[in-house]
Ligand binder design. Structure first.
Ligand SMILES: Nc1nc2c(ncn2[C@@H]2O[C@H](COP(=O)(O)OP(=O)(O)OP(=O)(O)O)[C@@H](O)[C@H]2O)c(=O)[nH]1
Length: 411
């Protein structure tokens, strides 16, 4: 979904730079050179957010800011300079942020904010406080930046909400609460979830008992003292969210095959092994298929290594769709594996055979050179609870498929 942004700016060069930045991070951008033009655009379109110049020819003292706010458009204010009067006017309005147009960093910061806002829509934040007024205030700050919010009245309630909503990424908690206070909640959260999964920010009005250190030692990632400044709140929150996202990206990269974007051998082994443990306890049989492209070396030899890569990528995309309910992995080269957790054996075999026939017919569509190729598949099902043994058995069947003419499934 493309999001629309309104840029209200009377200096054409600055407006063009802002438009370029917005487009770079995925927005469709409209420029208004005056408040009158902005009003007209607002009457015609719905905007995800706006970047508003504080001084405009027909709005010399920030009149464009209440205009976008009144239209419910999350607003970032850009100002030439931020003297005391301007700051007071700007801070009166529930804006997302204000940026001074001083230097290059200001535009880098704008880009970061514009890229952050759509991502915030996917982030669920739990606000824990026994005061309804404080919960309401913090949730308002969060929704202004497009975060999703949930509320809990104390530590016990927070643990219940967390169990019911596994996608909660950040917990903002007060300390002084009945039943279970903030640092006790932190300890409990860290017993259940790691810092890589969920960030905790502690908030308290009292700092007499070195509460900040107590919060941090109990497992919180950050601490804010009430009453806090909105800017500091947003900065700390986005730093913690950035950290969670960076960890997620690193983990994804570590588990993904660089060329095909399929799970790599490492990830496949981790996932399949944990399922095998459960299968062993339940005494159920397990199934695995090894899939290998026939005569792949000759594809590289005849069409070049890049064409070979294209074939691998095309096949992987197709495999990910075909076996989306199963665990798929690239083991290396032109060898892939599919682990069938809790699936009827006949159903798995039928799916594999259908896939083999599909590739035989449609493989030319995977590459520019319309390279036709086939697959050999080895399948094993049985009460085998060591992954190495399961792979060995499926590999033996794969060898038989190759030896008996290729382009077939052996089980
Ligand atoms: N393009 C490309 N080639 C790769 C990659 N990884 C391995 N290969 C090549 O894959 C080929 C595998 O060849 P072989 O193991 O002889 O197998 P094959 O030609 O498919 O023959 P059969 O399996 O017996 O049908 C080798 O030429 C490798 O260099 C890769 O990431 N990209």
């Amino acid at each position: 979904m493309t999001r629309r942004i309104l840029i209200i700016e009377d200096t054409p060069t600055i407006a063009r730079v802002q438009k370029h930045i917005a487009q770079k991070v995925g927005y469709e951008a409209d420029i208004a050179g005056s408040l009158a033009e902005a009003k007209e655009l607002i009457s015609k379109h719905s905007y995800f957010c706006a970047v508003v110049d504080f001084i405009l020819p027909d709005a010399p003292t920030g009149e464009a800011v209440p205009c976008t706010i009144a239209a419910d458009i999350p607003t970032i204010v850009m100002t030439g300079n931020l003297d005391e009067t301007t700051r007071n006017i700007v801070e009166k309005h529930p804006i997302i942020d204000y940026i001074t147009k001083e230097n290059k960093q200001a535009y880098q910061y704008l880009e970061k904010q514009l890229a952050r806002l759509p991502r915030n829509e996917q982030i669920l934040v739990l606000v824990v406080d026994d005061s309804a007024a404080t919960r309401h205030h913090i949730c308002n700050l969060l929704t202004r930046h497009k975060y999703q919010t949930l509320e809990a009245v104390d530590g016990i309630d927070a643990l219940k909400v967390l169990a019911e909503n596994p996608s909660i990424a950040v917990i903002i908690t007060d300390n002084e609460m009945p039943n279970m206070n903030g640092d006790e909640l932190c300890v409990e959260i860290r017993r259940l979830y790691s810092n890589d999964e969920k960030a905790v920010i502690g908030i308290s009005a009292y700092d007499t008992l070195h509460l900040s250190t107590r919060f941090l030692k109990s497992g919180a990632d950050d601490y804010l003292r009430k009453p806090f400044n909105n800017e500091e709140f947003y900065c700390r929150l986005s730093q913690n969210v950035d950290m969670l996202e960076n960890i997620k990206t690193i983990r994804l990269q570590a588990n993904t095959d660089y060329l095909t974007k399929l799970p790599n051998r490492r990830y496949f082994f981790g996932e399949a092994n944990s399922h095998l443990k459960a299968a062993k306890l339940a005494n159920t049989s397990v199934s695995l298929a090894m899939i290998d492209i026939d005569h792949f070396k000759s594809i590289n030899d005849n069409y070049g290594h890049d064409a070979g890569d294209e074939v691998l990528k095309g096949l992987s995309q197709c495999m990910a769709k075909y076996f989306e309910e199963n665990l798929v992995g690239r083991f290396g080269g032109e060898e892939f594996a599919v682990y069938f957790a809790d699936q009827d054996t006949n159903e798995s075999l039928q799916r594999l055979e259908k896939f083999r026939l599909f590739v035989e017919k449609h493989s030319p569509e995977f590459s520019k050179d319309r390279i036709k190729f086939t697959l050999s598949i080895g399948f094993h099902n049985g009460p085998v609870y060591s992954l190495d043994e399961l792979i060995k058995q499926a590999d033996l069947k794969l060898y038989q498929a190759k030896e008996s003419g290729r382009n077939k499934l052996v089980n």
